[in-house]
Structure formats: C-alpha cells, structure tokens
Design a protein around this ligand. Structure first.
Ligand SMILES: [Zn+2]
Length: 337
C-alpha cells in the first residue's frame, strides 16, 4: 500500500470535482490510499489564477511544503508556461486543471484527474527517475497511458482506450512494479474509459450490497441482524438489500442493479442457495470487492470453486465475533473505519 497526499487549495474553483476524483480513486482500488489535504488561501494562493507558472517555480513551491519521503500530488488551477498538463519529479507531481473544461472535456474533469493521478501514482510506486520515465513515453499517440500527447487533445484517445500498452507494462514489471499495483491502475483506467466513452455507471463507494437468503428468526437472520448489519454501520457503509428497495422491475433487476451500483458485495455462502451463487457469480464477473462469509462448521461444504477465495468465518451464535471480524476486515484491507 502507498499513501499519496493530494493537495489543492480549498479556494480552487473546481474543488468539488477534485474531491469527487479523490473519492473515486479510493473507491476503485485499495492499493493506493489518497489523502486529501486542502491548503488555506495563504499557502495555496500560488496554485490559483490564470497566470502561467514555470515548472521550476511550481516545483520549488511544492518542495517548500513537501516532506521528501511522502508522495504528493498538487492539483493547481494555474496553467504551465510550456502548456503541459502535468509535471513530475522525485515524489512530487503537479497537475493543472487549466483549460480542461473549456477545451478538452468531456471526459469529465474528475476523470481527467483520476487519469493523471493514476499515472503519477505508478511513477511514485515504481520510483521512476526522469530517465526511466522517458523510456516509457511514446512520442506517437497509440492510446497508452504513457503517450506524450504532443497534440494535447490526444489525451482523450488515451482516456478512451484506458490502458497501459503491453510494452509499457513489461517495462514497468522490469522496474519491479507488482501485479497488485498494475491491477489497481487497471481499475482506475476502467473507470476513466467508461466515462470517456459515455458509459460510466454510478457506483456508491460507501455502499455494501448484501447477498444471502433472507429469513426470519433463525441463525441466518440473526447473523444478518446482529453481525453483518451493525458491522457495516460501524465502518460507515450503507447496507443495501434488494428486498428493502421496492423494485421497479423484477427482484432480479433490483438485485443486479444493487450489485452494479455498490462498491462492495457481501455474500453469506453457507446456505448453499442457488440464487446466492448466481448473484455471487454476477458480482465476481463485475470485478466487485467481494467478501464471503460462512459459519465455521459449514465451510467444508462450500463448492470447490470457492476454495481459493478468502472466506470470513464465525462460530454459530457468536454474532459479536462476526461483527468484529467484519469491522476488522474493512479496517485492515480497505482502511475504512
Ligand atoms: Zn505504452
């Protein structure tokens, strides 16, 4: 995991969209942890306005604020005098929002920021020097995240493709970039691509859709009522159930919509219910963040296909234990608390 601080002035005219981008970046993956840091007007004045900044000037000002050991992305309003979208050096990246909405959107400003911040994050993670990064850059636009984009509008080709080309991936692996990192960036790029081609689905980053056989007054019902539901509340996640939202179509429509629009899908798999397995397959196919839950004594009965998935277990009747285990899972894996 890598912490990356995203700094911007609280007076930035696009502040709401910057916050939206940070929310999406944290919701899409859990390798990079983005920490919003809003500068006051005194500290952040230089980032605002329409006066052109040289990269050297910008870097100098960033260095004043940044500890050398932290990776920091600055989002500024001021344009660069060389007309670039962003610059990077050491563990500092500066991205300008200048002209985006006037000349390049759509895609939305938040998607542009996700795209630029994802690229910066890869460079931080791989500790790329300028020379190493130059070896990745394509002078001719081919739809890769590392296109130079001499014609600035070409950035939209990269955002619509939403990929790191095989050659750049191979180079990044050679530099030691792990699969977990590439997967985190892939998830961000998928979001950017969906927006760029006008097919973005609205996902609630704080929602967990619960898949199980809903019953009353039995072990299953108690596990939900005293374990799953309060645990989600403890970590600030909205607990969503298909039967709690009167469907406009069929129950299946409601289930599919609930899974698509939630970041997390929690599945109680121990009842061996075919509907539950169908919904689990749907969630896995959509690359959702899935948490499996089973009673300890029933785990041996799960289908072998699920053997490779982490399954959180609890002892029958120990709902407090179940609640704690779910809370710890989200704290440890997603830093949600
Ligand atoms: Zn490439």
């Amino acid at each position: 995991m890598l912490d990356i601080v995203v700094r911007y002035c609280a007076m930035h005219p696009k502040v709401r969209k910057i916050r939206q981008a940070i929310g999406a970046l944290n919701g899409l993956q859990n390798y990079f942890h983005y920490i919003a840091d809003e500068l006051g007007i005194d500290e952040g004045r230089w980032t605002l306005g329409r006066d052109e900044l040289s990269w050297r000037d910008a870097f100098q000002r960033c260095s004043d604020y940044s500890s050398k050991r932290r990776s920091v992305v600055y989002v500024i309003e001021a344009p660069f005098d060389d007309n670039w979208f962003s610059h990077e050096e050491e563990h500092i990246s500066v991205i300008t929002t200048s002209d985006w909405e006037e000349h390049y959107a759509p895609p939305a400003l938040a998607s542009y920021l996700c795209y630029q911040i994802a690229q910066a994050s890869l460079c931080f993670e791989a500790e790329l020097t300028e020379d190493m990064e130059l070896r990745l850059v394509h002078e001719t636009t081919n739809g890769c995240m590392f296109d130079m984009c001499e014609y600035k509008k070409d950035i939209r080709i990269g955002m619509s493709a939403g990929v790191i080309c095989p050659s750049c991936k191979a180079t990044l692996r050679m530099y030691g970039t792990g699969e977990e990192v590439l997967d985190a960036v892939r998830r961000i790029l998928r979001y950017v691509r969906q927006d760029a081609v006008g097919m973005r689905e609205l996902v609630r980053w704080n929602a967990a859709f619960v898949v199980m056989r809903f019953t009353e007054f039995d072990e299953n019902a108690h596990a939900y009522e005293y374990g799953i539901q309060p645990a989600l509340k403890d970590v600030g996640l909205a607990c969503v159930r298909a039967d709690e939202n009167p469907p406009h179509g069929t129950i299946l429509d409601s289930v599919c919509k609930g899974i698509r629009s939630s970041r997390f899908v929690i599945v109680k798999v121990d009842e061996q219910n075919l509907n539950v397995f169908f919904e689990l397959g749907y969630a896995l196919g959509l690359d959702k963040d899935v948490l499996l839950i089973s009673e300890q004594s029933l785990i041996g009965h799960l289908p072998t296909d699920l053997n490779n998935w982490t399954c959180l277990t609890y002892t029958k009747g120990d709902y407090k234990g179940l609640r704690n285990a779910i809370v710890n899972f989200f704290k440890d894996k997603y830093r949600i608390a």
